[in-house]
Write a protein that binds this ligand. Structure first.
Ligand code: ZN
Ligand code: ZN
Length: 410
């Protein structure tokens, strides 16, 4: 059977930039291997969710994998929790959290608790496993000051406000249901407030924090949950498409989406999620995984980081690294592999955030209807054979190229 690689360059799309002579970073950068894919493949532009919709990385990846985000996405929490290896079940309410520093009056003095880098496993163990009003509390540390929380019980709702005020010098916010008549969410809010209160009681005197205070560091003396979402029921990727799949990604959020639909998560040394990431190691991991699975989802984060920072040069450098990665892939992938290269959204350097602009896409591999496009960039691909599609269309196109799609009708 044919194999496929879906390679997502996070935030790659951009807008014309004056200092680049009104070219986009893709248009202004030499990238012979990306252009080779465009020359030999079929190109077009892609709206991750719909024209003009500013996609998040999570909602976009859901759509690109064929899962309607309007149906399955209730918040970032469930995918963040899954991304650090927590077992999120349908109906769970999941949150991302910060270890934070507050003073005696519950004023946030350091949202990231001095970017605490050790001991959070012991702090997490001290709050994990408690029960509040019959609700099971599952808590796990992530990297640095980050963590995730799951509340498990029947009859909970996720339509609640955040406790993190997002500003220092401000009091911890009370979690409240967004709609006063929503009893399920009101119950969750009550539990969240009690969890926050107890986290402070438990953590303020914890030996790790006594030690931090002795060293002049900010104690991680409270946990603030945010981004509540209810664990959705999603069919596994393998059940959906009949393809065994693995994910090669750098961020917990993308690994979380992939893990949620049952993909194997690859560990890649040197994959940092920044501009310094080792993309050749990622390419090697893709080749390794394709020896045993049919499909690999890969997300390379760096271009998005450059876009958020408004750093044009970082984006250009990432495009060059991506080009080297693609050269390695072309040389080393099994010959019957389809490659689809695209982005999950545009992150224009001038906006420093995700925009609703569509992104370039190319389908490459045996039997693809090669078109006249020679360059992989936002404007060159417009004349290609794919024309303009949505993220949700991509898996249909890949599976029919691989000849594993079911026929609709006789
Ligand atoms: Zn993204
Ligand atoms: Zn982003």
């Amino acid at each position: 059977m044919a194999k496929a690689l879906l390679l997502i360059a996070d935030g790659l799309g951009d807008r014309p930039i004056k200092e680049l002579g009104d070219k986009t970073p893709l248009e202004a950068t030499e990238k012979p291997n990306l252009d080779k894919l465009a020359t030999e493949g079929e190109c077009g532009i892609m709206d991750p969710i719909a024209p003009g919709v500013r996609a998040g990385s999570d909602t976009s990846h859901l759509a690109i994998l064929g899962y309607d985000p309007y149906k399955y996405y209730t918040g970032r929490g469930p995918f963040e929790a899954a991304g650090i290896g927590m077992d999120v079940k349908k109906g769970d309410i999941a949150f991302r959290c910060n270890f934070t520093t507050v003073d005696d009056n519950m004023i946030v003095t350091d949202r990231r608790a001095g970017r605490i880098s050790s001991g959070t496993d012991q702090l997490a163990a001290a709050v994990n496993g408690m029960e509040i009003d019959g609700v099971q509390v599952i808590f796990k540390e992530s990297v640095a000051h980050r963590a995730a929380l799951i509340l498990r019980a029947p009859g909970l709702g996720a339509a609640i406000s955040d406790t993190d005020p997002h500003h220092e010098g401000t009091k911890v916010l009370k979690c409240e249901p967004l709609d006063g008549n929503d009893e399920a969410s009101a119950k969750t809010a009550k539990v969240v407030n009690e969890f926050v209160r107890r986290s402070y009681e438990i953590l303020k005197l914890h030996p790790i924090n006594r030690e931090r205070i002795a060293q002049g560091l900010n104690p991680a003396n409270i946990i603030l949950p945010r981004g509540a979402g209810m664990g959705p029921h999603m069919e596994s990727f393998e059940a959906e498409y009949g393809l065994k799949a693995a994910c090669v990604a750098e961020t917990g959020l993308i690994n979380g989406v992939a893990r949620y639909v049952g993909m194997k998560i690859a560990e890649v040394p040197g994959a940092t999620g920044g501009a310094d990431s080792n993309l050749i190691n990622m390419a090697k991991a893709i080749v390794d995984e394709l020896a045993s699975v049919d499909f690999v989802l890969c997300n390379v984060k760096g271009a998005d980081v450059g876009g958020h920072d408004g750093a044009v040069q970082v984006k250009i450098d990432m495009i060059k690294k991506l080009d080297e990665m693609v050269a390695y892939l072309i040389a080393n992938l099994p010959t019957d592999t389809y490659v689809v290269l695209t982005a999950d959204h545009s992150t224009p350097c001038a906006i420093k955030d995700h925009s609703g602009d569509p992104v370039p896409i190319v389908f490459w591999g045996q039997g693809v209807r090669m078109d006249a496009v020679k360059h992989f960039d936002e404007r060159s691909v417009i004349s290609g054979g794919v024309h303009r599609i949505r993220g949700i269309d991509i898996m249909k196109i890949i599976t029919q190229l691989m000849n594993v799609a079911e026929k609709f009708g006789a």
